[in-house]
Design a protein around this ligand. Structure first.
Ligand SMILES: NC(=O)c1ccc[n+]([C@@H]2O[C@H](COP(=O)([O-])OP(=O)(O)OC[C@H]3O[C@@H](n4cnc5c(N)ncnc54)[C@H](O)[C@@H]3O)[C@@H](O)[C@H]2O)c1
Length: 244
């Protein structure tokens, strides 16, 4: 398949889970992919065209380093997939400044800063795309998720504004909202069969999501098929959020 033929893409958080599945899927659809993850992260890919790049996305110099690496490797940039993310679990009453700042620095500040650095190059693309991984927790919540929910809600606000400001250049900006997906982030929790069952049952499809379930939505948003879709938040949650 070649739905992303000759497109140049950056995928962050690409060593694991949703990012890894997306990097592989984008590459299998013809994209050249810069796969970004933390220094020391294990980055081996099945697709030979994926270029691994070690970089903490929250570092001050990260945006220039990441965009510079993509331009050096591919000569252009068409797709930015802001996917790297972390979670801290603490009740608001107990959450430290360090926990709050750590989550904001990766889950929203780095998304803004990398998008800003990518804009001059993405507007030059005939099919520029900015995609960001938010979460169903951008619109809902759970105990202990104050920092995570605030950051992911911020991703939706940023996405809408990017869509508004970049639309005249033909660039789309959208967010994907995963539900309960079996990844590195949820590994410890879902290793407990009781927990895994509770979360699987929250989905009307009665199963946990897999990284590929979200990667396919990211592929749709990155492809020409989504050329008239912008500013949207698309849930890939197995219907978890249907019930109130
Ligand atoms: N798994 C779920 O159920 C779920 C649900 C909703 C949203 N999400 C979101 O999906 C995205 C991907 O997470 P995942 O579930 O695939 O988890 P994951 O832990 O498998 O993958 C996240 C990747 O991001 C990388 N990363 C974290 N901080 C980084 C940094 N500072 N610099 C560079 N890379 C960094 C990690 O090393 C890891 O490889 C995250 O934004 C997460 O918030 C996940």
């Amino acid at each position: 398949m070649s739905r992303l033929k000759d497109r140049a893409a950056i995928v962050t958080g690409a060593a694991s889970g949703i990012g890894r599945a997306s990097a592989e899927l984008f590459a299998s659809e013809g994209a050249r992919v810069l796969a970004v993850d933390r220094p020391g992260a294990e980055m081996t890919f099945e697709h030979p065209g994926i270029v691994a790049f070690e970089q903490d996305v929250s570092a001050d110099a990260a945006p220039d380093a990441i965009v510079g690496a993509a331009l050096a490797a591919f000569g252009k940039l068409d797709i930015l997939f802001n996917n790297a993310g972390v979670g801290a679990n603490a009740l608001a009453a107990n959450m430290t400044d360090e926990q709050w700042d750590w989550v904001q620095s990766i889950n929203i500040r780095a998304v803004f800063r990398l998008s800003r650095a990518a804009i001059p190059h993405i507007v030059a693309s005939p099919a520029g795309r900015i995609i960001s991984t938010a979460s169903v927790m951008a619109q809902g919540t759970d105990y202990g998720l104050a920092a995570y929910c605030a950051a992911k809600a911020g991703v939706l606000g940023l996405t809408r504004t990017l869509a508004l400001e970049l639309g005249k250049h033909g660039v789309t900006a959208n967010a994907v909202l995963p539900g309960a997906i079996r990844t590195g982030m949820t590994q410890a929790s879902f290793a407990n069969p009781g927990n895994a069952e509770v979360w699987a049952k929250k989905s009307v499809l009665r199963r946990l999501g897999e990284p590929i379930d979200v990667a396919r939505v990211a592929l749709f948003l990155a492809s020409d098929d989504a050329g008239f879709v912008t500013g949207q938040a698309i849930a890939a949650d197995g219907g978890m959020t249907l019930r109130i």
